[in-house]
Ligand binder design. Structure first.
Ligand SMILES: *Cc1c(COP(=O)(O)O)cnc(C)c1O
Length: 238
């Protein structure tokens, strides 16, 4: 099991390297290992046997338990990214325990993070989630509203706005997968031009099924779960 995990992880790293080479973007893409529903042991194995340090979690309670259990290992070098839907009454523990949040989808949430981030920690690194496929049921800020939300967020203390995140609708061809990612790249450029002095260097996009298309169009973080840890079992999740 352990060797299988390492082998899958290395295959994902090779896919990323190959996609970076094709796009002439070597060294520009970080792998976020999405460990939701997977045991702490898998995280520790990856951290022990590879250089992987950044892990993504979607479910607050599960994420907090893993952070706590791992906190005295690896010299506190593990980096925790919250990537799931956020309820506004659950922002405090996220602000207190995570390093990054990818799924900031409304101003109210950003304001709460700003108020609740402990002063003795570095600013919370945040990304604004964009509903780039325009699906009514999906979370995320519409592309039309993005610049207005960003204008408020950049003025909040204890947060650093680093860029944008998207979870586009599934598409099967490479060509179809590229379209929302192209739009995301344009939105990030617009933000960068508006705020040239801010470190807006991050585009979190690309999952197991579409990481190649995302890297082609400028992803700087790809979020990979299934192809590293195997299929997920949600039977114990509500
Ligand atoms: C689960 C999840 C992923 C990982 O998806 P895979 O298809 O398993 O690689 C990435 N991003 C978000 C926001 C997720 O919820």
């Amino acid at each position: 099991m352990k060797n299988e995990l390492i082998a899958r992880y290395q295959q994902v790293q090779q896919r990323i390297e190959k996609a970076c080479e094709s796009a002439q973007r070597q060294g520009q893409v970080q792998l976020l290992a999405v460990s939701k529903t997977k045991p702490l042991e898998d995280i520790l194995t990856l951290a022990r046997e590879t250089e992987q340090r950044a892990f993504g979690e979607n479910y607050l309670q599960e994420g907090l338990e893993k952070i706590d259990a791992a906190k005295n290992q690896f010299d506190g070098e593990l980096e925790w990214h919250f990537i799931g839907p956020i309820q506004s009454n659950k922002t405090r523990p996220i602000a207190e325990h995570f390093d990054w949040v990818h799924s900031v989808d409304r101003l109210k949430i950003a304001r709460r993070f700003s108020e609740q981030r402990p002063n003795d920690l570095p600013p919370l690194q945040i990304l604004l989630e964009v509903n780039v496929s325009g699906e009514a049921t999906k979370a995320g800020i519409t592309p039309e509203a993005l610049m207005d939300v960003a204008a408020e967020v950049v003025s909040l203390p204890n947060l650093t706005l680093r860029g944008l995140m998207a979870i586009p609708a599934r598409a099967d061809s490479l060509e179809a997968q590229r379209q929302p990612f192209i739009q995301m790249q344009q939105l990030l450029k617009q933000l960068q031009q508006t705020y040239p002095d801010l470190p807006l260097d991050t585009l979190s996009m690309g999952m197991s099924a579409d990481l190649e298309a995302a890297i082609m169009e400028g992803a700087t973080i790809v979020r990979i779960g299934t192809d590293i840890f195997g299929a997920r079992d949600y039977s114990n999740k509500a």
